[in-house]
Design a protein around this ligand. Sequence first.
Ligand SMILES: Cc1ncc(C[n+]2csc(CCOP(=O)(O)OP(=O)(O)O)c2C)c(N)n1
Ligand SMILES: [Mg+2]
Length: 806
Amino acid sequence: MSTTPETADLLTATALRREDLLHDYRLGWESRHASLAGRKEVFMGKAKFGIFGDGKELPQLAMARAFRPGDWRAGYYRDQTFMLAIGELTLPQYFAQLYANPDADADPASAGRSMGGHFGTRILDEDGQFRNLATSKNSSADISPTASQMPRLVGLAYASKLFRQNTELHQFTQFSNKGNEVAFGTIGNASTSEGMFFEAINAAGVLQIPMLVSVWDDHYGISVPAEYQTTKQSISAILAGFQRDGEGQDGFEIFVVKGWDYPALVDTYQRAAEVCRTQHVPVLIHVTEVTQPQGHSTSGSHERYKSQERLSWEEEHDCLRKMREWLLVEGHATEAELDKLENEAKETVKQARTASWNGFFNPIKQERDEAVKLLDALLLETNTENELREMVSGLQFNPAPIRADMVRTVRRVLRQVRGQRSAARRDLLNWLEQAEADNADRYNSYLNSQSEHATPNIEEVPAEFARNAPPVDGREVLQACFEANFRRDPTIFAIGEDVGRIGDVNQAFAGLQAKFGELRVTDTGIRECTIVGQGIGAALRGLRPIAEVQYLDYLLYAIQILSDDLASLQYRTKGGQKAPLIVRTRGHRLEGIWHSGSPIQMILGSIRGMKLLVPRNMTQAAGFYNTLLRSDEPALVIECLNGYRLKEQIPTNVGEFTLPLGVPEVLLEGSDVTVVTYGSMCRIVLDAAQQLAEVGISVEVIDVQTLLPFDTQHSLADSLRKTSRVVFADEDVPGGATSYMMQQVLDGQQAYRYLDAQPRCISAQAHRPPYGSDGDYFSKPNAEDVFDTVYELLHEANPKQYPAIY
Ligand SMILES: Cc1ncc(C[n+]2csc(CCOP(=O)(O)OP(=O)(O)O)c2C)c(N)n1
Ligand SMILES: [Mg+2]
């Protein structure tokens, strides 16, 4: 440990002032009334679904007392009390999310994109740049899949370790105060059944990071009780082996405390956060005897599955009731004072609810009224009162219109007056155009970065090559690229299996740990999901991780977290958060069922919101890494597994040259057929093209290079205009990424109109390739397949010149 953090003053419950206690009690009741009112809003039809934090108020108030500026949270949908207590959620904001208010000022966590209970703070400013995160109280943006907050939590805590131990990072005071920040995690008891939970716990123990996990244990996961969830029905009991043997030893500190015992909770959180913050020891707090007064969510009622005995027990152990009893016994307040406070809390919530509803609904009503006015004018002008009045009235007198009602009505009305010339029709068309732009911003924006550091804004720097320089192994190009970037930017670091000591299995990091130290180039355990999570969390905190998944085939272990968490991050916060993580992996051809995969369509379908790069060689890969490391977008880079030992020319500016994304490269010009491909297939297609040239067929070979984004300038359509014939080739399953490319080109670029022949796809077999060279030949596309497919196209066009081969 290179610095000694100041020890915080421990705040025990007995040291709390009466006004602090009453403040917490009031807040607890405001939160409770928000839960009660929230459920009613759903049943009245003002919101679609509700899941609330009732029963979990006290532990969260205690946790908030231990939470400091600079700290982070990764939690789940029960945490409204905590968010209210740290001042990062207001009651009107709580209701705004419930109503799905798409205004980021009203719902800063998600701009109405996430259902209620999905919290998060805006860590970016209007321009998409990080705010000062060392002085703010931060929450990463919640997601719904149970336990998916855990991988990211590892990264949030890991960043503190790096900020503390790597003195080069002490200058980044905007992000950290020398690593004194704790990452607080919350999770339900049942969600600890997930593999990700255990993987994250083990990783935190190995890493020794300031991760403080609270388990809210209400005995249930919806209707399924602990007997079905947890061995011995106790997460703290079964994790006891993680308890460290004493100070200075590796392991966890584990605490168990009852969820209704306010003074014990306050004391526990103070002690737990202290040890976590100062010693960087991970902590588990098992909060037991927690209740769920309204049941799991608005989708059902818990009377269906909880016994009468359990329901009565929950009523008696309701944490707010228990706190009231304690306040009275200790003489901190009188019955009358507490009654008053509870009533005031109810009133506060009522007012917040009304204000929030008006803030949500009034603009919609105004838009509706404006649309109706334009529709009225149109009916009058086009004499369509009889035919269309009913439709317009449906909108006009709809008591609870939504934006879809307006747009639907306007589009259907416009259909009826199509072709008519009228000023009112033009006004309505203008209204629709504006509404569509506004709604695109409300509901479809920020899938990708919109900041000045977005990949399209990265300056293009061409590669330069020395004359007569001898070619080197591809891996050496990457190694030189990484080394230059590590020197340029101290926030960059790499983690993964075998990345550290041996410099990854293909040695693109060889020697770099010795040069930059173990904190920059770091081995991890075999745990793909939390390797990615470790990267996500660290990237959220302003660092630039490169997280490695050893082989593309093992990306499946991490695809869920990439898809649910990383890829959706900018979108689900409407630009409020970003995590520019680069995931590096290698795939396509090598050997056998689990070392030669190319499941590109699975990836394309899962990670919209990230970039997907498939460089054909290591020089292209280096150019892309240079671009990505200067941008603020997350990406997956798939290197060619069989390319590390192939010889390449190394650019003299290997750490500076950049490659633009979405720009295909013509590898061979030709006039008869265009073959569109990427990755390891480039070499095979080039080989086939040479053989085709020998029989007089001219093939244009194009490497698309990046699949997300895909050919932003529509250069492939230009090629098809020239050749009128196209083949899409890759190593995915039939109907895999070839279909994606075909859709992008024929549909997206409207290049179907240039075709004189059926578009063709070449892909691998539907099964994975067996081990061995014959397994590869008979399963993956080969040069003969490409030759024959292209030849057939020419044979169809001119059988005389190109007689059938078979
Ligand atoms: C991966 C996944 N599976 C299932 C669900 C549906 N689901 C939502 S909450 C929940 C129960 C969670 O129980 P627990 O972790 O104890 O939290 P609690 O709601 O009791 O606070 C389930 C099964 C989900 N969101 N994600
Ligand atoms: Mg539970």
